[in-house]
Design a protein around this ligand. Structure first.
Ligand code: MN
Length: 391
């Protein structure tokens, strides 16, 4: 009776599962041999400038692994952690990460390790090179970039860096995970959050992520994961989402909203507002932007694009739509389903005292950006969506 079902299950079983795990076990063994000869060293784990949960949990995993070999590791980034969910991750997991500050001495590190990046998305690369710190390892899942020359390199096209680190742990070669160990619980929770956020809540996960998640689920603390995921939004963020909702214009499935002036500290409200507007029926693509007041008086238009239209090439769309700055650098770019842009408004900066001036300035940029986006989206009646007063 069960015979045909079993036969069917066998033909459907993914054949690639085991070779991948065997490869991870081999890499883990190679890393173990390397770390075995480095007792007493201090390593720096370099994360991208805006570390996300995938990077943070990967750094955490390396630090735990290194500890077992008598190696201390500091996790560092040279930018900002501002998304509330990432801050919650750092706080709830009591994860100590260092933000690079001018004057910090990097010479004391024996080696650098790059996780979830290959040195091209962190300013630490140049600083480490200047300090003469050699690159020990690169563990990443992005396309190979060959910017570094590490002793150990594991760059494979899985959906998250956390997948690779979870597979290292599963091999048991680098660290023995124990069910009641609080540190291991936090680590498994962090890696699970990394997988979750990198795959948009497992919607874009593939077999390696599901199998890594199955392994991590044996150790993770689901209450803790729930607390990390259910971060409440700040009043400022809600106010910006409200403004986006009020000012949005929807045409041909494109929803475009300018939210006016906002503080740099509230910048992450822009992608959050974009995520929110994407949940409206019949909308497939959202662009939200606002005018940021930088600490040093610089003013920048900052925007986010979110789409669930698989045929929209986000990177191309933003580059075609917004063009480049005078030095030829594109104002915007992106990856699948998400992108962003920043336009320095240069000599129009300032006069923040003069309210009327500020209002006019915003109205000007708001109309121009909306016009460009709808133009690129192929919307016909631009006068109607952008205001007939523009020439
Ligand atoms: Mn990643």
């Amino acid at each position: 009776m069960s015979q045909p079902v079993e036969a069917a299950a066998q033909t459907l079983a993914p054949p690639a599962g085991e070779p991948r795990l065997a490869e991870s076990a081999a890499r883990a063994a190679e890393l173990a041999r390397l770390l075995g000869g480095r007792r007493g060293e201090r390593h720096l784990v370099a994360l991208q400038d805006f570390p996300d949960p995938d990077a943070l949990s990967g750094g955490m995993a390396y630090r735990e692994i290194a500890r077992g070999f008598g190696i201390e590791a500091d996790i560092m980034y040279d930018g900002q952690i501002s998304h509330p969910e990432n801050l919650a991750l750092v706080n709830l997991l009591e994860l100590s990460v260092l933000r690079f500050e001018e004057g910090m001495e990097l010479e004391g590190y024996s080696a650098a390790v790059f996780i979830d990046n290959q040195g091209t998305t962190t300013h630490l690369t140049e600083r480490l090179a200047a300090a003469g710190v050699p690159t020990l390892a690169v563990i990443d899942h992005h396309d190979p970039q060959d910017a570094l020359d590490p002793i150990f390199s594991d760059v494979r096209p899985v959906a998250a860096a956390a997948t690779l680190l979870a597979e290292y742990l599963e091999s048991g070669v680098l660290l023995t995970m124990e069910p009641a160990n609080e540190t291991h619980e936090r680590l498994a929770t962090a890696l699970m959050h990394g997988l979750h956020s990198e795959t948009d809540g497992f919607v874009h996960a593939r077999p390696p992520e599901y199998s890594a998640a199955a392994y991590l689920s044996r150790y993770m603390d689901s209450d803790l994961l729930e607390r990390v995921l259910c971060v409440q939004k700040s009043h400022a963020t809600l106010r910006i989402i409200e403004e986006a909702l009020r000012s949005r214009v929807v045409r041909n499935g494109f929803s475009v909203a300018g939210v006016g002036f906002l503080r740099i500290a509230d910048r992450d409200a822009i992608p959050q507002a974009a995520d929110f507007l994407l949940s409206e029926e019949n909308v497939h693509t959202v662009v939200v932007y606002g005018l940021l007041d930088d600490e040093d008086g610089r003013e920048v238009i900052s925007g986010s694009l979110r789409t669930n239209k698989t045929t929209l090439g986000v990177d191309r769309f933003l580059k075609d739509c917004l063009g480049s700055d005078p030095r030829g650098r594109p104002y915007g770019g992106g990856r699948a389903r998400a992108g962003g842009f920043e336009i320095d408004i240069g000599f129009l900066t300032g006069d923040s005292e003069d309210r009327e001036q500020q209002r006019l300035k915003w109205a000007l940029f708001d109309r121009r950006i909306r016009r460009k986006i709808f133009e690129a989206a192929g919307v016909e009646d631009l006068d109607e969506v952008c205001g007939a007063d523009e020439g």
